[in-house]
Ligand binder design. Structure first.
Ligand SMILES: NC(=O)c1ccc[n+]([C@@H]2O[C@H](COP(=O)([O-])OP(=O)(O)OC[C@H]3O[C@@H](n4cnc5c(N)ncnc54)[C@H](OP(=O)(O)O)[C@@H]3O)[C@@H](O)[C@H]2O)c1
Length: 250
């Protein structure tokens, strides 16, 4: 068991991108951090950075494919067995793929849904009951500004992220007074493997800056956070536009 005084965070997709930067930040803020991902070399490299930020033993890697319905809950059990509990669960792992109406591929869509929707729910379903029992815990869901409206050539990604945000909005109401908090994160573009090769992404930010915004939201138990402001503001405003007016832009 780790230092009993330290809170325990579990970050899915904590071996790369936003999840890795957040895992490092959480270690610096005093958490023991469990990360999950598939590639061992990424897990190992992330653990090195997490330990550098939080001291030796701050990191714990758990290799799993989150879309494996049998294996993922068992890995969460392994985390609890090793670290005692999960105080902060960050449902971060996500993927994207092209999904233009003109070249729609239902199998590719299913791949995105399996991770962004099914694995997202499976993780929450498994970490939540002990949190409710203890009357304490915090669930953070990494959605996207793409949840705000249907964007061109991104039907599946937008729809899965809208699912995440709407799901969390409902859960937030259900969880009032239980001692379990939720935060839904809506990042704009972040420079990670997810959008490698894409050019001219507006207001793109580093994973470390995204992690800083997420950490601040976790700290103040914000129900929602959207960033960066210059992109979040117009997209939030676009939500309020009548559909007919919005559709004229695309
Ligand atoms: N980057 C952006 O511009 C952006 C913007 C808004 C929202 N987001 C959201 O932020 C989250 C993180 O994105 P990111 O850009 O940081 O992605 P990323 O750099 O591609 O990292 C994804 C992480 O998830 C892990 N992962 C992927 N599929 C997995 C699976 N089936 N099982 C286990 N682990 C898996 C990856 O490790 P392995 O591949 O080794 O498993 C990696 O650690 C996602 O939910 C994404 O939708 C990203």
């Amino acid at each position: 068991m780790p230092d009993a005084g330290k809170p325990v965070a579990l970050v899915t997709g904590g071996s790369d991108g936003i999840g890795r930067a957040l895992a490092v930040r959480l270690a610096r803020e005093g958490y023991v951090v469990a990360i999950m991902g598939r590639r061992p070399e990424l897990l190992q490299a992330a653990c090195h950075d997490i330990d550098a930020a939080g001291g030796e033993g701050a990191s714990h890697a758990f290799r799993v494919d989150l879309t494996d319905r049998g294996a993922f809950p068992k890995k969460i059990d392994d985390v609890v067995e090793k670290l005692g509990r999960v105080d902060l669960f960050v449902a971060n792992a996500g993927t994207a793929g092209p999904s233009s109406a003109r070249h729609f591929d239902a199998r590719e869509a299913q791949r995105v849904i399996d991770l962004n929707v099914s694995a997202f729910m499976a993780g929450i379903a498994h970490v939540l009951p002990p949190m409710l029992e203890r009357r304490s815990g915090h669930i953070v869901a990494v959605s996207s500004l793409a949840a705000f409206r249907g964007l061109p050539k991104s039907a599946v990604y937008c729809a899965t992220k809208a699912f995440v945000s709407t799901f969390m909005e409902s859960f937030r109401g259900d969880l009032k007074g239980t001692g379990v908090f939720t935060t839904t994160v809506h990042p704009g573009f972040v420079r990670t493997a997810l959008n490698a090769g894409a050019k001219n992404l507006p207001f793109i930010m580093t994973p470390e800056r995204a992690a800083d915004a997420i950490w601040k939201a976790i700290k103040r138990k914000a129900p929602n956070v959207a960033f960066p402001f210059p992109l979040a503001a117009p997209l939030a405003a676009a939500r309020l536009l009548p559909n007919g007016l919005y559709e004229r832009f695309f």
